[in-house]
Design a binder for this molecule. Sequence first.
Ligand code: NI
Length: 171
Amino acid sequence: MTVRPILTAPDPRLQAVSTDVEAVTDEIRQLADDMADSMYEADGIGLAAVQIGVAKRILVIDLDQKEGKKNPVAYINPRIVWASDEVAVFEEGCLSVPEIWDDVERPARIKCEYLDRDGKAQLLEADGLLATCLQHEMDHLNGVLFIDHLSRLKKSMAIRKLTKAKKLAAV
Ligand code: NI
């Protein structure tokens, strides 16, 4: 088990565009396990590799966490192949954007292709929280944070708050 530190905004490393995983090796599985450990340690439900500073297209999500029963799912090279016109609004937060939550509107349902931790191609249709979480995490792979979806005013307020929190933490 290796808990790795999670980067917080503003940090240029979070704006990196992640690259495809070329082969699902033991090293990639180890990275996915470290991501899951880091996510649980921080009480999160989803994490992208770039949030621990590795700009590869890997997500880990676990929406069904119960005491002692963890079921992290790794999504490697995920890609949205269909999105509904219907939208849904969820109040989002992010381990890389601490102490900030806001409503974000996204397609309510998506179909997503990805490789599982055995390197097998999978097609998933998702709705509800999973659809939102997958889209939020996939945004990370393109260097996008949920606050990038907010109005310019709300985003600049969020950045100011995050910058101030970092300065205080550095003292
Ligand atoms: Ni996030």
